[in-house]
Design a protein around this ligand. Sequence first.
Ligand code: 13P
Length: 346
Amino acid sequence: MNTYAQELRATAKAMIAPGKGILAMDESNHTCHKRFEKLGIDKTVEQRQAYRELLLTTPGLNEYISGAILYDETIRQFTRKEVPFTKVMADSGILIGIKVDTGAKDLAGHHGEKVTEGLDSLRDRIAEYYGMGARFAKWRAVITIGEDIPSWACIEGNAHALARYAALCQEGGLVPIVEPEVLIDGNHSLERCYTVTEETLRTVFDQLFCQKVAFDQMILKPSMVISGLACPIQANVEQVADATVRCLLDNVPASVAGIAFLSGGQSNERASEHLNAMNVKYKSQCPWSITFSYARAIQQPALEHWRGNDANVAAAQQLLLHRAKCNSAASLGQYSAEMEKTPVLV
Ligand code: 13P
């Protein structure tokens, strides 16, 4: 048995503690710059540091957030007062997570499809991150829906890499977040998204089983079963909740420690509504707890308000806290539109 098994189970349990979710703030520099550029924020290491400091020093964040996923640059950074970010997190009881994939790259021979890379020297990188205090990791695979895609090559290649990554994480003491994202882009229907998500999840769990990954020591981070952004018929909140939970119940082993959704380009409110609807209707039927691990749908209002200006930090932190609180409520099935009307201190 893995020497870390007990620790991994305890970490996974803490990650999905009732009313808590995970803050994904692990954008690569490239992705971070794309978001900064839209808002006219300087694309510099100083601004990346300032923004991540804003997020991590938000007062009261630990009430709703169990852990935060960092990027390699961020796990090595300090606050302006020279406190390591890892210490800020440890002091507030927020678990340290780390993105360990090195990005989704074009899949050779398969136009329009991606495969996620990062297995080279992963064992050594995991050991380093564990030594820095990280206790969980993330790897994101991307599945695109299009005319004749996804191909089997894309699903199987990504699932294999996810499983190899997850096994290495567990060997090294990090709880793997296994993230197979079926993209929301495109004009596909909810039904098509269901079929692709199902095939993806089945293949991922086949591969995880094959690589001897312990399901009770991992977190699944799936996308929701949802209509493509450009689909003329948009499924409503209840339809998304029904299809998503049915797909998970049919394809995810009951022993998986927990489920934490990505937001995938949904609006802030929609991401909360969907999570809430799943918990209101299905909490008692699901063997796992269902929470959030959002990036855009939790950070966006804070980033838009901050815009790189020190004077906006406190108000931006209130906006982050507000979304964290809304999503925490949604993970308990206690979110309502009323919550959005509560005046936020800005
Ligand atoms: P979004 O919530 O913006 O989809 O991001 C989640 C994430 O971690 C992407 O890998």
